[in-house]
Design a protein around this ligand. Structure first.
Ligand SMILES: [Zn+2]
Ligand SMILES: [Zn+2]
Length: 381
């Protein structure tokens, strides 16, 4: 004995809109097209549809509320055959209230052919590797890939050279067959792809010898991909119509180019900003020095002023990465790291000992802000 309210997870006083909403949600979740024909989902789909079909109808709902499922069975009588829904009945209910094939396809984002219209070719995926300098300046990358294109011999029709596909006699060229079905809940019209033409509305008497009726052949294609400055590995570029051609004249799918920005060992990236670590010696930190630092746009000279502390951050404005889709650029943050010599020659040791007599005391230590906090601040994170 099913509790239809529990099946749809609605209260007993739910109104029609609430029932419809609850059903739609569950039907979408358990729809066979979404679950690859998995049996358990199919059973759930039938179950929620049956519950919906009773509760949405005020008369059936009244009887159900009063006498339960048995009441419905009694009312309908054995002659009319009240029985649990089979799958095609359940699919019909769903389609009747939530759109036919076209609306249906939209609902699930494709996957099922809409009408007799030509089938679109599959999308393709490709990946391009990008260096950080490509991100900085933008890049043109060349991709080679194998792709299905319309067959030259038959012009994509799939029919033998000199012949043409003809309209399907069984469906009259619509690609669909309609079938009226009776059930206890009334008459439904089921619409399904025509078995004779596979839903295409056309049939081929003799197939093309080259593509064997598919209308497509495989070629190597080369395309150029223009990668704009400022991209990251989360971005991708869609080249419309560069995917596989559809069978027998169907429109081509897309080529989706995934971008893979390779790590640059010199820099750490934070969005548009870059960080670079610059080691300098004690004497350079004390006396100041002019050094060369790498940027994605080439090397640059950087002045480190006398008395620079370790972990100081110097900013090279506008030497970070471009902001995708705008002219602005991030900054390059150069972190100074004062290098302590690990081995001293007798001469350098003598000099350090002499220096020690002259250098002042370092300031008192304490709970200073950590480097990472300052780094975050500098990077605006
Ligand atoms: Zn062909
Ligand atoms: Zn047909």
């Amino acid at each position: 004995m099913n509790d239809y309210y529990a099946v749809l997870d609605v209260p007993r006083d739910a109104d029609e809109a609430a029932i419809k909403k609850a059903y739609r949600k569950l039907a979408m979740r358990y729809h066979p097209d979404r679950n690859g024909g998995e049996k358990e989902a199919e059973a759930r789909f039938k179950e929620v549809t049956e519950a919906y079909e009773v509760l949405r109808d005020p008369e059936k709902r009244r009887i159900y509320d009063r006498y339960g499922e048995a009441g419905l069975r009694g009312r309908a009588g054995r002659a009319q055959g009240f029985h649990p829904f089979d799958l095609s009945e359940a699919l019909n209910v769903f389609m009747r209230d939530f759109g036919g094939f076209a609306g249906f396809e939209e609902l699930f984002g494709g996957g099922r052919r809409a009408t007799a219209a030509e089938r679109r070719g599959n999308d393709l995926r490709a990946a391009v590797a990008l260096a950080l300098t490509d991100v900085a300046g933008g890049a043109r990358k060349t991709l080679r890939y194998k792709v299905l294109v319309p067959c030259e011999t038959c012009g994509g029709s799939g029919a033998k050279a000199g012949t043409r596909p003809t309209g399907c006699g069984q469906c009259g060229g619509t690609g669909q067959v309609r079938r009226a079905q009776r059930s206890v809940f009334g008459q439904f019209v089921s619409v399904s792809p025509c078995p004779a033409c596979g839903g295409e509305g056309r049939v081929i008497a003799e197939t093309c010898a080259i593509c064997r009726g598919d209308g497509r052949t495989r070629i190597d294609r080369t395309v150029n991909v223009d990668v704009p400055p400022g991209v990251s590995s989360e971005n991708y570029i869609t080249l419309r119509g560069q995917g596989h051609a559809g069978p027998r004249g169907g429109p081509a799918g897309d080529l989706v180019v995934m971008l893979e920005v390779e790590d640059d060992p010199r820099f750490v990236r934070h969005g548009d900003d870059l960080a670079y670590e610059l080691p300098i010696s004690f004497s350079q930190a004390a006396l100041g020095v002019e050094v060369t630092v790498p940027t994605p746009y080439g090397d640059e000279r950087l002045k480190v002023s006398p008395g620079t502390q370790s972990d100081s951050i110097l900013r090279l404005k506008g030497r970070g990465l471009p902001h995708l889709g705008s002219a602005s650029k991030g900054d390059l943050h150069v972190r100074i790291s004062v290098w302590t010599p690990e081995r001293l020659t007798p001469e350098s040791e003598r000099l350090f000992r002499e220096l020690a007599l002259h250098e002042g005391e370092p300031p008192a230590g304490g709970a200073g802000r950590s480097f990472w906090n300052r780094m975050k601040e500098a990077l605006g994170a």
